[in-house]
Each structure stands twice: as C-alpha cells, then as structure tokens.
Design a protein around this ligand. Structure first.
Ligand code: TYC
Length: 106
C-alpha cells in the first residue's frame, strides 16, 4: 500500500480528498497619474478596457488624478497583464504617457 493514488494507502495525496480548490492568486492593476493624459481619455480606457460604468470610470480617474495612483481592479495574472498591455497600446496610439502596472495582491 505505497501507491499514493490508492485510497486509504499510506501515501494517499491530501489533494485527492479536498473538497475545495484554491482560488488562483489575484493581481491588482494599478493606474498611475501623469500631467499629460486628458481626463476624458483615461475615462475611455477605464470603460473600454476595464469594463467600468461611466460613473465608476469617472470616479476612479478623479481619485487617481488626486492621489497619484489607484487600484482599478483585481484579476488573475493573465487577464491583468493583458489589460496593462492594452492600456499601454491604447495610450501609445494616441501619444499619451498613461501607465498601469500589475501588483501581486496580498
Ligand atoms: N492628471 C491628468 C490631467 O490633469 C488626468 C489623469 C488622471 C491622467 C488619471 C492619468 O491615470 C490618470 N489631465
């Protein structure tokens, strides 16, 4: 009875009997303020890329404008990284320095 996959075997894997699975680690997308990107453009990015409502997008933009940075949302790594890249590409196309970054959430 040393086969780890035989139920009741000495080496039985704990994972085989756990009822709940671990949630994937989440990452924060952080939006950074700058002096050049127009407020309206930031709101467009938040609506298009981050699927925020107009009211929510405006509130996030204003908070970042006042405080210097702000959390846009929590995402699995790949989705967060894609949104950071889409933000960079959309800003670059319009010639703005708007920046977002990904941070591991505690
Ligand atoms: N500070 C910019 C302005 O006054 C607006 C802005 C807000 C830019 C949020 C970036 O993440 C940002 N036009």
């Amino acid at each position: 009875m040393s086969d780890p996959n035989v139920p009741g075997g000495r080496g039985q894997l704990k994972e085989k009997t756990r009822k709940k699975v671990d949630e994937p680690k989440k990452y924060r997308v952080v939006l950074h303020n700058d002096d050049y990107t127009p407020m309206e453009f930031v709101v467009e990015v938040l609506k298009k890329i981050f699927r925020k409502s107009p009211v929510e997008a405006h509130a996030i933009m204003l908070s970042v404008h006042k405080k210097g940075r702000g959390i846009v949302g929590l995402y699995p790594y790949d989705i967060g990284a894609t949104k950071v890249e889409q933000t960079r590409a959309m800003a670059k196309r319009s010639g703005y320095p708007l920046k977002s970054t990904l941070e591991e959430a505690p």
